[in-house]
Design a protein around this ligand. Structure first.
Ligand SMILES: NC(=O)C1=CN([C@@H]2O[C@H](COP(=O)(O)OP(=O)(O)OC[C@H]3O[C@@H](n4cnc5c(N)ncnc54)[C@H](OP(=O)(O)O)[C@@H]3O)[C@@H](O)[C@H]2O)C=CC1
Ligand SMILES: CC(C)=CCC[C@@H](C)[C@H]1CC=C2C3=C(CC[C@@]21C)[C@@]1(C)CC[C@H](O)C(C)(C)[C@@H]1CC3
Length: 611
């Protein structure tokens, strides 16, 4: 449509100043209001604003570079960026779409000394940065986000969705070199005061006393469960016969634990697999992660297979199970001490919001540093999926061998095969969706301290394998209908778990994903949208429901004689109920009253019609 008497016409692509800064972005003109003499424009990320003519320039004179983004800019310089359309939705008339008022920055009042050329950089949750042929999906996402919506009403809706997913990044025209006109004065003006991490005031897990008790109780509990599990009467009520304390710490076994960790670390740094970026950190940084866990898995299986072929006896793991657990505990403590000490020197903006209380014991437990790295080696990400989860599978395999040896079997029992297969399938699924872990709560929010280190390196391998350990000493006959029933239960649980996680991950990556267009959503003031139909309309955490159903299916092959094999179900229920409450509080803070509307719409938390 022509707009008489105006310099720019509806549909024109021009450069528009981002309010409060000297930054110009490519915008599309939507309309002009002659009364208030403002243009309505839309930025590429979907943000709609009103601009004065003086804040708009014709694109000639702006020369965008098409070189790919370099990541080596220092964080402080990255932080010095002005607010971007992706971060907030503001109008030049100081009106925000949510009706609040935006304050003008000092930069807004100064005349720009230079024109900065920017590109809108679309940054979904985890983005491959190496093009190795796996990026089709990625390209599709960018297409969607790049488009400027023709329909303002739709654009308004889409803007809300997109602004949470995509980030506006300044493109450097000359690598790391400062733009010629950029003066020291300007740099100083843009640099915010040094970021200080908020102090953690709300202490979880009963505060200092609670975490102290947990640190003492949890390792003892793991060892206690293992001891009971190996006894003929695996009842929690009967007093366990305790092993001699000095037999528990064996330097040879400790060496094996260290070797296992180093072997996995070596596989992690192998330059195979694509590199992706995680979700943006508070300081604007994007950490890179190498995705090569399936390669590591195959190489581990091949190495162990070769070692067994050469005469290595895997049932050593069964006969030294307690010593292995104690060595893993010692290793976890040493690693946690290292992590705590290094966190004292970590930059403030890299501290975890939940692990910065100032209390040594509390911060040691929760973890102070969010993403501790040694050069590019991400300790938290490495530990979450590799030594512990892979160790769990190796322990299971060792238990199957031990069972065959102990009971003179040619094959493991059906119950042992089921447990091994279920666990293997669960871990392989996690590995297949390796990238998704970058978006999970622990990766994005939790510091890396004793809780996660111990959880990853001792709790996971030694409690998750209790079912196979139990079966070595307590064979359980399974009839064919029982096997079919248990497998069916596991498949149902897995389908719910996988579908729910995949749906949420796909939706968070690209809210306009056509495969999810049939799902109902509720928009929130933050720009994010919540799914309210399909599995996510059934309960608020369908992924937890699926996980719990699977947990039950893993315990059933062990029969009903003792409660011990059900320990995993009990642990997971406790953990997920606590996690659900924590997530609920976080979402209520984040989404405000919309979260209450959402809870009215989706009434049950984890179990439909029950809880
Ligand atoms: N085996 C084990 O020991 C354990 C397994 N797990 C499993 O790990 C997986 C990840 O769990 P976890 O990280 O706790 O949590 P979720 O993957 O469930 O993530 C919760 C987040 O999802 C987003 N969300 C919530 N509701 C909706 C909705 N309706 N629509 C869209 N997004 C929504 C919110 O984040 P936002 O809105 O900010 O995107 C919320 O904070 C689960 O499958 C769990 O079962 C977890 C712990 C232990
Ligand atoms: C008692 C105690 C110290 C608990 C620590 C909690 C950790 C054991 C768990 C916290 C979140 C976890 C996840 C997995 C394993 C257990 C821990 C580390 C997970 C890697 C298992 C495989 C799944 O597919 C998963 C990737 C979804 C999952 C992520 C969360």
């Amino acid at each position: 449509m022509r707009m008489p008497g105006t310099r720019f016409q509806s549909g024109d692509m021009v450069m528009g100043r981002w309010p409060g800064s000297s930054l110009f972005y490519e915008v599309k003109v939507l309309s002009y209001d002659a009364k208030i003499q403002l243009y309505t424009v839309i930025y590429k990320d979907g943000t709609e604003l009103e601009l004065r003519e003086v804040d708009m320039k014709s694109p000639t004179g702006f020369k965008p570079s098409h070189r790919s983004r370099s990541r080596s800019r220092s964080p402080s310089r990255r932080r010095s960026r002005s607010r971007s359309p992706a971060r907030t939705t503001r109008r030049s008339s100081s009106r925000t779409t949510s009706g609040t008022f935006a304050t003008e920055t000092s930069a807004a009042r100064k005349e720009p000394k230079m024109k900065e050329v920017l590109e809108i950089r679309l940054s979904p949750v985890a983005r491959p940065v190496e093009n190795n042929g796996h990026n089709k999906h990625e390209n599709k996402k960018n297409d969607t986000a790049d488009k400027v919506n023709e329909n303002p009403a739709e654009a308004e809706q889409e803007k809300k969705i997109l602004e949470s997913r995509y980030n506006l990044r300044r493109r450097k025209d000359d690598g790391d070199a400062k733009p010629a006109e950029q003066t020291e004065e300007k740099e100083a003006e843009q640099k915010p005061a040094a970021a200080t991490a908020p102090i953690t005031t709300e202490l979880e897990f009963g505060g200092r006393l609670g975490v102290s008790c947990m640190m003492l109780f949890l390792p003892v509990a793991v060892l206690g469960l293992m001891v009971v599990c190996s006894q003929e009467d695996a009842s929690l009520m009967s007093p366990p016969s305790l092993p001699a304390l000095d037999s528990l710490l064996d330097p040879h076994v400790f060496g094996m634990v260290v070797l296992w960790f180093l072997f996995q670390a070596l596989l992690y740094v192998l330059p195979v697999g694509k590199v992706v970026e995680g979700i943006p950190l508070k300081n604007g940084e994007w950490l890179k992660y190498r995705m090569n866990i399936l390669h590591a898995f195959v190489l581990t299986v091949a190495t162990l297979g070769a070692a067994v072929h050469q005469g290595m006896d895997l049932s050593y793991i069964h006969s030294h199970f307690l010593q292995l657990a104690v060595s893993s505990l010692l290793f976890s403590v040493l690693l946690s001490v290292y992590l705590y000490v290094r966190s004292r020197w970590a930059p403030q903006d890299q501290l975890a919001p939940r692990g910065n209380s100032g209390s040594v014991i509390y911060d040691f437990f929760m973890g102070s540093e969010l993403n501790p790295r040694i050069k590019g080696f991400d300790l938290k990400y490495f530990c979450e999926l590799r030594p512990g989860l892979m160790g769990w599978l190796v322990i299971n395999a060792a238990m199957a061998l031990a069972e065959m040896k102990l009971h003179n079997l040619d094959y493991p029992s059906p119950a042992m095969i089921l447990v091994n297969c279920f666990h293997l399938f669960y871990v392989l699924d996690a590995y297949w969706h390796e990238e998704a872990v970058l978006g999970y709560m622990d990766t994005t929010h939790a510091g890396f301290g004793f809780m996660l280190v111990f959880g990853d390196l001792m709790w996971v391998p030694f409690t998750f394998s209790l079912q196979s350990y139990y079966l070595v000493h307590h064979p359980n006959h399974l009839s064919l209908p029982c096997i079919v029933g248990i497998v069916t239960l596991n498949v149902i649980g897995f389908c719910i778990f996988r579908k729910a996680n995949s749906q949420k991950n796909a939706f968070r990556r690209n809210p306009s994903d056509p495969t999810l267009s049939h799902l109902k959503t509720i928009p929130t003031a933050t720009g994010k949208t919540l799914l309210v139909s399909g599995l996510w309309g059934l309960v608020r955490h369908p992924n937890y429901l699926g996980d719990l159903i699977m947990a039950l299916a893993w315990s059933l092959p062990c029969g009903f004689t003792h409660i011990l094999p059900y320990f995993y179900v009990i642990y997971l229920t406790t953990l997920l109920v606590h996690r659900e409450a924590r997530d609920e509080a976080q979402c209520r803070r984040k989404y405000g009253s919309v979260w209450d509307d959402y809870c009215r719409e989706v009434r049950y938390r984890i179990i439909p019609r029950v809880y």
